[in-house]
Design a protein around this ligand. Structure first.
Ligand code: S3P
Length: 460
């Protein structure tokens, strides 16, 4: 209902560019209302990729106009794909696909900005091209490991060069004829799996992938919409037998609202006494909703309404009401399904009764920042009792004094998680280096204010 209006977003973006410091909390009262958060980031990347590689024209609605997704769209434009934006918010677009073999060598380096999903999935796409490309990214992305995708792409036949043996951006990919592989991934990563499956579209036989634990399956669900079957066997092994082409679907692709973005408001409503909010049309893919299982285990009160489906993905409205939370011992099986939501779950844990324990989550150290270290520092500065561990944290819940400045270190999810924590702090929290919120959740501040959160950009 209360989607973000253009003028509000433009205004917010201006403030982001001007500063990037958020002033947050404490909340003046309960959070109330209904909002629709923007479209799913993971699905938006995949939709624009598959549409670009398909024969024919694909219409996409509910696209996330975050900087990460716009970087992916721009890469395809740089390789000759035409994209018509159907509205000024850039949530609806028409992609004129060039077919699996129709991309053109770009005249410049491709820039993934802050987006790990963009660069890692594109490694699979570029491995299959009969030309050489170089991809780079911002300072954060240039520190993140690429070996995890370079290794399988090399095994399939691509030649990849870059700093640290091709582990660090910028990387140069010389693509070409690929061989199908059977890939046993060491890391539970949907980006790695998707890279291999996308490269598999260009390979000469059946590509299979085995993961240590199941991860988000949006690539597997979306490929069949483009006429490319994907089979998952009883053992969980993913099989892709390339048909040699993707075909634009006749019906538009509709992308549900992003559950990762919804989690910030769900936690905020769980923390602020008296709150009662509804988050509309949220993607309910079980491999994305570990956070809601964890929040429920912590005593969070969430009720699903209007359950349905959009394409191959389940959706529902989530009605959240305040309830005092309690710490839990997180089951490591839930880690991949909630990998992006731990910053905000740490914020919840710092205000919960008792102890919260997370282990086997070392992947958090190689996200947009080292999310274990950066969240521990920020929460401790606000007065929380946090013990940082190599693969997780122990947080003893209590009160947050606030009255401090913390550094989000350019990580969008740290900035939003601390804005949520600030709602229940004694004296509020100032969050520096928060501009990256625009990578995944343009309009976060405006929607947060609509719900009654106390958060604003520092205009100073
Ligand atoms: C994503 C996979 C996850 C997640 C990221 C989006 C995807 O990364 O953290 O935000 O869209 O495939 P990993 O594959 O590194 O776990």
């Amino acid at each position: 209902m209360s989607g973000l209006k253009n003028t509000e977003r433009a205004c917010e973006e201006q403030r982001v560019n001007a500063g990037g410091t958020l002033i947050a909390g404490p909340a003046a009262g309960a959070l109330k209302g209904r909002v629709t958060v923007p479209g799913d980031k993971s699905m938006s990347h995949r939709a624009v990729m598959l549409a670009s590689l398909a024969d024919g024209t694909t219409e996409i609605h509910g696209f996330l106009p975050g900087e990460d997704n716009l970087a992916t769209a721009r890469m395809f434009v740089d390789m000759g794909v035409t994209i018509d934006w159907l509205n000024s918010e850039k949530t609806s677009l028409r992609v004129h696909g060039v077919g699996l073999h129709g991309l053109k060598q770009p005249s410049m380096m491709l820039d993934a900005g802050n987006s790990g999903t963009c660069v890692r999935l594109m490694t699979g796409v570029l491995a299959g091209q009969p030309f050489t490309t170089t991809m780079t990214g911002d300072a954060s992305l240039c520190k993140r490991p690429m070996k995890r995708v370079a290794d399988p792409a090399r095994r399939m036949g691509a030649v990849i060069d870059g700093a640290d043996g091709g582990n660090l951006l910028p990387i140069t990919i010389k693509g070409g004829a690929l061989e199908a592989i059977h890939y046993i991934s060491e890391v539970a990563s949907a980006q790695v799996k998707s890279c291999v499956l996308l490269a598999g579209l260009f390979a000469d036989g059946e590509t299979t992938v085995v993961e240590p634990r199941p991860t988000r399956d949006h690539t597997e669900r979306m490929l069949p919409l483009f006429g490319q079957p994907v089979h998952v066997d009883e053992a969980g092994m993913i099989h892709l037998n390339p048909t040699g082409k993707l075909t634009a679907p006749e019906e538009p692709i509709h992308i549900p609202a992003d559950p990762s973005s919804a989690s910030f408001f769900a936690v905020a409503a769980s923390l602020v006494p008296g709150s009662d909010i509804t988050l509309e049309r949220i993607g309910m893919n079980p491999l994305r909703n570990g956070w809601s299982r964890i929040l429920s285990d912590m005593n969070g009160q969430m009720e699903l309404q209007n359950e349905g489906a959009v394409g191959e993905e389940a959706v529902a409205d989530i009605h959240v009401t305040y309830q005092q939370l309690a710490g839990i011992n997180v089951n490591p099986v839930d880690v991949p399904d909630s990998i992006d939501e731990f910053p905000v779950l740490f914020a919840a844990a710092s205000l919960a009764d008792g102890e919260f324990l997370l282990s086997e989550a070392e992947e958090l150290r190689v996200k947009e920042s080292d999310r274990i270290a950066v969240m521990a520092r920020a929460l401790m500065a606000a007065g929380a009792d946090v013990e940082e561990r190599s693969d997780g944290v122990r947080i003893k819940g209590g009160v947050l004094k606030g009255g401090c400045r913390v550094d989000a270190e350019g990580d969008h999810r740290i900035a939003m998680a601390m804005a949520v924590a600030a709602q229940c702090s004694g004296a509020g929290i100032t969050i520096e280096n928060a501009a990256a919120i625009a990578t995944s959740f343009p309009g976060f501040v405006v929607l947060a204010q609509k719900l009654g959160m106390n958060v604003r950009w520092d205009d100073g």
